[in-house]
Structure formats: C-alpha cells, structure tokens
Write a protein that binds this ligand. Structure first.
Ligand code: FAD
Length: 309
C-alpha cells in the first residue's frame, strides 16, 4: 500500500491533532488477544467532525481503512495491516434522561454500566463484563447470560462512509446473533440510545457482582484472549464440542485452547497471530472430523491487504 502523501497527512494532523495519528503502530498493543503486527496508520478521532474528515479524506484517496472499537474481538495478522485503522474510543459522553441513556460509541461497557448503576437503572447488567466498547457491542449485538444489545437498544446514531449522519431504530438495525446492520462495515456507530428501567441499586450491584464472579470462575480472564472464538453452532455448544474432541490444553506455539473454557483460545505468552490462526484451523478441522459440525468464527480475522490495492 502506498503511503498517504505528505499534504494529506499534514491536513489530517491539522484537523485531528498530531497525537491522534500514529504510524506503524503494533496492533498487539490495541487488541485483547495481544497479537498482530503494525497498522500503517492508526487514527484516534476525538469527535464526529474528526471522524467525518478522516472518512472523507480516506475515501477520496481510495485508501483502505478498518473501524476498530476496543479490539476485544479482533485478530490482526503478524504482517500487520497495510492500510488505516480508525479506533473509535475517544468519544465517550453519556447523557441520562429518565430511563433513556444516550452514550457515545467509544465508552467501555464496564464504565457505562457504572454510570447506569449510579442512575439506578436496570437492564444493562448483562453487558457489564463484556470487554468491548459500546460501538463494538452494538455492531456485534454482543450478549451474555440473559441479555443482548438488541434487547435494550432503542436507536443508533450512525455515520456513513461519506460522513452523513443517520438515525436507525432497533428494527432497522437488523440485529441477529452476533451481527447487525453495521456488520458489513459500511456504517459506523457514533452512539446509541438505550431504554432501561428504574431499579434498586443494591440489586443491580448484586447482579453485576454475581455475573462478574461467574465469568471469573468459568473464563480464563488471567490470559489475553478474544473471548469465545466460535459462534454457537445450532444445537451444540462450541466449548463442549472442542472439549469432547480432546482439545482442551492443545497448543500451537504460544496459543492454547484454554483448559478452563475450551471455547476460548488464550495467548499463553509470546503467541503470534499465526499461532492463533493455525490453532483455530486445527480446532475447526478436528471438530468437523469428529462431529461433522463446522465451527464458524465469531472473532473477526483481518488480512493484511494485498500490496497492489
Ligand atoms: C474475555 C472476553 C470475554 C468476552 N465475552 C463476551 C460475551 O460475553 N459476549 C459477547 O458478545 N462478546 C464477548 N466478547 C467479545 C467482545 O468483547 C465483543 O464482541 C465486543 O462487543 C467487541 O467490542 P469491541 O469494542 O472490542 O470491538 P472490536 O473488537 O474492536 O470490533 C469488533 C467488530 O465491531 C466493529 N466495530 C467496533 N466499533 C465499531 C463502531 N463504532 N462502529 C461500527 N463498527 C464497529 C469492528 O469493525 C469489528 O467488526 C468477549 C471478549 C473477551 C476478550
């Protein structure tokens, strides 16, 4: 990929600030799996205007880019990403009006859940332990235990690639299992309005604490990971199939099928992205051979882009 020309980079720096553009930034520093090589450009827009400027500039240059939230469901290749990664994390404002919460996409779910608790609102507890941003959670229709984003999102504020702002209702968001209207990568979540209910703060805290301890007990949170690697195949549980296939603890390089939760692949230390990808492929092949079930990845695996593009 050719570099962006000096004028373009200068214009971008003037608009978004010099601190909001990093070059050749290792993606292992910005993803929960802690693997992946450098992105040619790494942008950290602080406002909708900055984001619009970036999108229109990159579109005009026909320069490839990828939208990232907190990187808790992403694997970048060891070769890196030969384009621009735009991280939506700086926009984090929250406004609570009665039982409605408008939050910007960059806020982490755990931080949002504390603000929601402080307002004595219930309905968001399920999301408190998911280590993503609100934007990533809306895009993925993240869910856990007894809830998913689809249940609480009233509407979503979006930006198109040409910088236009759209407002979509819950129905228009086409939420489905771990996907939404944004999954195609054409629309960027700027924020979402959530509809919650008045609740008892002690009961809300107790539920958050209970879900947190269930996660700590069941999930290998002491190691870098992407959470559950595979979608739940219809009629099965991915973790059980992997465990029944005898793959718990199976390693390739620094990547290992977690002993604690076979649906997780962990970075035991020094794993490369290729170790993780090889292990994913090995698990898929073994489960298919033993049980004739095709495991589909929930994690997003990036390619480095062809140098000709
Ligand atoms: C320990 C652990 C436990 C987990 N537990 C759960 C769980 O219980 N339930 C669950 O559903 N997931 C779980 N996950 C996976 C992950 O946290 C979720 O998928 C989360 O929603 C991803 O959010 P993110 O901000 O990290 O997104 P990223 O990983 O950065 O991106 C994920 C996808 O969202 C897109 N995206 C991100 N931000 C935006 C935006 N602003 N606009 C448009 N698209 C965007 C990206 O392009 C990408 O396609 C877990 C992960 C870990 C590491």
């Amino acid at each position: 990929m050719k570099a962006l020309n000096d004028n373009t980079l200068q214009n971008i720096r003037e608009q978004i600030g010099v601190d909001a553009l990093l070059e050749n930034e290792p993606m292992r520093l910005h993803t929960s799996m802690e693997v992946g090589g450098p992105a040619r450009y790494f942008f950290l827009p602080k406002s909708e205007d900055d984001l619009r400027f970036l999108l229109t500039t990159l579109e005009a240059e026909q320069y490839p880019y990828y939208i990232k939230g907190n990187g808790s469901n992403l694997i970048f290749p060891d070769e890196g990403y030969d384009g621009a990664v735009i991280e939506i994390r700086s926009m984090q404002n929250v406004t609570i009006t009665g039982e409605e919460v408008y939050a910007e996409a960059g806020i982490l779910l755990k931080d949002l859940s504390e603000q929601i608790l402080a307002a004595s609102l219930t309905g968001f507890e399920f999301a408190s332990g998911i280590p993503g941003s609100l934007g990533g959670a809306v895009c993925m229709n993240a869910g856990a235990y007894d809830g998913e984003m689809k249940d609480i999102v009233q509407s979503v504020r979006l930006m198109t690639k040409s910088g236009e702002i759209l407002e979509k209702t819950n129905e228009e968001m086409e939420f489905a299992y771990r996907r939404s209207l944004c999954s195609a990568g054409e629309l960027i979540v700027l924020g979402a309005t959530l509809k919650l209910q008045q609740g008892d703060p002690e009961a809300i805290r107790a539920k958050i604490d209970d879900l947190t301890s269930r996660r700590q007990e069941k999930q290998p949170l002491e190691y870098p990971s992407c959470g559950s690697v595979f979608k739940r195949p219809e009629g099965y549980f991915a973790g059980k199939l992997i465990s029944d296939a005898g793959l718990k603890g199976y390693s390739i390089g620094g990547a290992q099928v977690s002993e604690k939760h076979a649906g997780f692949i962990i970075n035991k230390g020094g794993a490369s992205a290729q170790d993780v990808l090889d292990l994913i492929a090995y698990v898929q092949k073994t489960v298919d051979e033993k049980f004739h079930v095709q495991l589909e990845c929930e994690v997003k695996i990036l390619s480095c882009l062809s140098p000709q593009k």
